[in-house]
Design a protein around this ligand. Structure first.
Ligand code: HPA
Length: 269
């Protein structure tokens, strides 16, 4: 895939040269208003970007300034359950590598397994458990990005975790920490699956982010993962898929994500 071509194309469209990127997941796409927007390029115009149909009209790359720094915001992501391959899912990450991105903040919405959490909470992802056996690195290793085998012990970069915790303190945001259990969806989990995830050590569950973390770790991009709790997970009191709960929770965590990201960008190197 033509990650290089994609990045060169973007460089001809904007003078913004970001070192940090933010991926806005479910319930968070409106956060684009936190940035001073310079250039908007729909994913569909980027050469080599996985083909999207018109339900993806909100999927755009936005170049601009945030807290005075150049930033790339990816508004909307694609998911495995939509039929994309894992390799396709990580196209944006590899394109970012060629763009010179050093740090990516990945955001998502999740269900809470940990009963200390409630919808509306914001959780910093400490680590993950990946269920489902596919990997974006399956197949011939793309040597230009990294080695065949690589370490994932610091995939969620420790320095960024410290930075996020101190940024949260400054902003008076109650930032929880937890392990993210990755399920490929689109069906929500069964109560038995949630019990299994809880025993395995997962605090939250969701259907995104992990393939991107793997690709970022492979190519040496630092990762911070932030997850907004949109609902309690299946089998937990008032848990499972509930549109009303999810819609009420989104504005609560999205406000926190916005303030936290602004502060983090301010504090970053
Ligand atoms: N399960 C999986 N993915 C999710 C959930 C959930 O409960 N909530 C938001 N994304």
């Amino acid at each position: 895939m033509s990650y290089y071509e994609a990045s060169e194309f973007l460089k001809t469209k904007t003078n913004i040269r970001p070192k940090t990127a933010v991926v806005l997941g479910s319930g968070l796409s409106e956060l684009i208003d936190m940035a001073e927007v310079d250039t908007i390029i729909p994913y569909s115009e980027i050469p080599g970007f996985p083909e999207l149909n018109n339900t993806y009209h909100k999927c755009r790359s936005v170049f601009g300034k945030l807290s005075g720094k150049d930033i790339l915001i990816m508004q909307g992501r694609i998911h495995y359950y939509e039929g994309f391959s894992m390799q396709e899912l990580v196209f944006p990450i590899r394109m970012m590598k060629y763009l010179g991105i050093e740090t990516v903040i990945l955001t998502n919405a999740s269900g809470a397994i940990n009963t200390d959490f409630v919808p509306g909470d914001l959780v910093m992802i400490e680590d993950h458990i990946k269920l489902g056996f596919d990997s974006p690195l399956r197949g011939k290793n793309p040597d230009e990005f990294g080695e065949r085998f690589f370490d994932m012990s610091n995939a969620y970069t420790s320095g960024l975790k410290e930075l996020a915790l101190s940024a949260a303190e400054k902003e008076n945001i109650n930032l929880k920490t937890g392990v993210y259990g990755y399920m490929t969806g689109p069906q929500f989990e069964t109560p038995a699956e949630i019990r299994m995830l809880r025993i395995a050590g997962a605090d939250i569950v969701g259907m995104s982010t992990v393939p991107e973390v793997i690709a970022a770790c492979h190519c040496g991009i630092k990762v911070l993962g932030l997850s907004g709790v949109s609902n309690m997970a299946a089998g937990i009191e008032n848990g499972g898929f509930n549109t009303e709960v999810i819609e009420n929770a989104e504005p609560v965590f999205s406000d926190k994500v916005k303030r936290l990201i602004e502060r983090i960008i301010c504090d970053i190197n």
